[in-house]
Ligand binder design. Structure first.
Ligand SMILES: [Zn+2]
Length: 360
């Protein structure tokens, strides 16, 4: 959900620039590969493909995030091997390969942010595109040459059998379980929610389904979204993403990709009034909006109250996780006063944002 991330607007613009540059120079091999042409395997629900989203449980994506997480833990603890339940079952050879991979991630990636580092975004997207490959060097299958740096390819190919034996079955099971739980609501209400959010943000929902990579671990926020191409990564094991929160997390993350008109309008109104652009107002706005749009769906589904709303009903993520209390309280007041009337059809998009900015 990346609440509290710094300078989203600027970073997104910079990222677009870099992505355009890097995708031409570094990813030629990937773009020529038939795998990159859309042969992705999505997890179908029991009823077949879902509308709006394309949900994946990809091997390399999960290995990548697991190595990243363990490398971060190692760096924080500075105490040798990360404390993992599975580690004791590794043979000496497996432990060597795994430790080498974690050490590589600790040295090269652990200090980089999954959301803001162009290198991490490109690597993640590339591993997603090659999810059906058994190895990434192309030694066994030419089309599986992922075009990654040679050392990284060796590291991932040696860690893969260890991960496949000791972690992947459990991670893949958790991912599929998460998808199975959220799928019925995406199937019955997904299209309507997508259309409503696009209408609110004065834009169009993407014509193609939004790719969502479900991963045992995502990032510190439990989920993050990168653009160009628009892709969402969601943790299937993060406690914040479970139960009735799963649907809201999906649509909140997707909103990162479509709520640009909100950022642009806030910026324009601020410039006209010579005011600094408030860093997180747009993010608070998409939290608020997703919560309000999801609320009637969850209430009609009879979802239990999470204990925050007297008298029952659905408690939106931002309320439950205390985001407003942790510095967004003034934003919440503005949203209730000026944005809610727009959601109720009593004001216009431009007017609501102009009034919010004016009251800042
Ligand atoms: Zn967010």
């Amino acid at each position: 959900m990346c609440a509290g991330s710094v300078g989203d607007t600027i970073d997104r613009l910079v990222m677009r620039h870099f992505l355009a540059f890097f995708s031409l120079s570094l990813l030629t091999a990937v773009q020529l590969s038939p795998l990159a042409m859309g042969a992705h395997r999505q997890i179908d629900s029991a009823f077949g493909p879902l509308p709006v989203f394309e949900l994946h449980s990809g091997f390399w994506m999960n290995l990548h995030h697991t190595l990243y997480q363990q490398a971060r833990q190692q760096r924080e603890k500075r105490s040798g091997r990360p404390n993992t339940a599975q580690a004791s079952r590794l043979s000496d050879a497996e432990q060597r390969d795994w430790d080498a991979a974690v050490a590589y991630y600790a040295a090269n990636f652990a200090n980089k942010d999954l959301l803001f580092s162009t290198e991490m975004i490109l690597l993640k997207n590339q591993l997603g595109d090659f999810e059906d490959c058994h190895e990434l060097s192309g030694a066994k299958k030419k089309s599986c040459d992922a075009g990654l740096p040679a050392k990284l390819t060796r590291v991932l190919d040696s860690a893969a059998p260890v991960y496949r034996t000791h972690w992947w079955p459990e991670h893949d099971r958790a991912n599929r379980q998460w998808v199975a739980e959220v799928a019925p609501l995406v199937r019955t209400r997904g299209l309507e929610l997508a259309q409503r959010l696009a209408e609110i943000y004065q834009t169009k929902w993407p014509a193609e389904k939004i790719r969502v990579d479900v991963s045992a671990y995502a990032n510190w926020a439990g989920a993050y979204t990168t653009v160009d191409p628009l892709r969402v990564t969601i943790s299937s094991t993060d406690p914040r993403n479970q139960g009735s929160a799963a649907l809201e997390v999906l649509f909140h993350e997707a909103s990162h990709g479509i709520a640009e008109p909100v950022q642009a309008t806030i910026a324009r109104e601020c410039r006209q009034r010579d005011k600094p652009i408030p860093r997180d107002l747009w993010h608070a706005l998409i939290f608020y909006t997703t919560g309000e749009v999801i609320r009637p769906v969850m209430t009609s589904q009879g979802q239990e109250n999470n204990g925050e709303t007297p008298g029952g009903g659905y408690t939106p993520y931002a309320v439950r996780e205390g985001l407003y209390k942790r510095g967004w309280d003034d934003y919440l007041k503005l949203l209730v006063r000026f944005w809610q009337p727009y959601l109720d059809g009593k004001s216009t998009f431009d007017d609501a944002i102009a009034r919010m900015v004016s009251a800042l």
